[in-house]
Design a binder for this molecule. Structure first.
Ligand code: GLN
Length: 209
């Protein structure tokens, strides 16, 4: 049995917990350092990335997240979670004093779809999940604007923009699989967690500026 934590300081954590229940895996809301005990994987949900980042530091959770990453335990950030995992945020979209975890060698652009189209649903090809496209909800979503050589692209929009990535044990999606009826992405992440320890992921900025 594995237990997957969902960071529950702000944002759309309940929906991830429900999805994990639906796919039959033990889950736990994570708010305090003690909640990390014996976790096998962690989801950093969508919400407001500056707020989540500040609460991570206020509640003393940063070192526990880093410990999981360095032990090769899978982490998955959705939307704001992806922003937090990034090494850098495009300067013109970065929040004032926005704390980042910087665990993935990539740069993101916040609110990349602008205010006119701030949320939409589409279907996406995600080859690691098989041949069937999945529904994807984007809400004031980021896109990945640059990646380093160790980052694998899991999905792009038809215009080529990168919206799902993996670097070793760490996964990021710009969209919210927890807000759809489909559970393919959660099942895939659970398999990653069940497969055990992965190569340690260490972000060192290598992309061009
Ligand atoms: N726009 C939010 C941010 O930049 C992310 C939105 C989301 O997580 N749905 O923090």
């Amino acid at each position: 049995m594995v237990t997957i934590g969902v960071l529950a300081v702000q944002g759309a954590f309940i929906e991830h917990i429900r999805k994990l229940n639906a796919v039959g895996v033990d889950s736990r809301e994570v708010r305090l350092p003690g909640d990390f005990e014996d976790l096998d994987g962690l989801i950093v949900p969508g919400g407001e990335s500056t707020t989540i980042g500040k609460l991570i530091d206020r509640f003393g959770l940063r070192d526990h997240i880093f410990a999981m990453a360095s032990e090769g335990k899978p982490l998955w950030g959705t939307c704001a979670g992806l922003i937090l995992l990034a090494q850098e945020v495009d300067e013109d979209t970065r929040g004032k004093e926005q704390p980042l975890l910087q665990l993935m060698d990539l740069r993101v652009r916040r609110n990349a779809f602008g205010s006119q189209l701030d949320s939409f649903e589409t279907t996406l090809d995600v080859p690691v999940l098989g041949d069937t496209p999945i529904p994807a909800v984007f809400i004031r979503a980021p896109v990945v604007s640059d990646i380093g050589p160790d980052v694998e692209v899991l999905s792009r929009l038809p215009d080529g923009r990168i919206v799902a990535v993996r670097q070793g044990s760490i996964v990021g999606t710009a969209f919210h699989p927890e807000l759809t009826d489909d559970d393919a992405f959660h099942r895939w992440f659970v398999e990653l967690v069940r497969a055990g320890r992965h190569e340690r992921s260490v972000a060192t900025p290598t992309f061009s500026h």
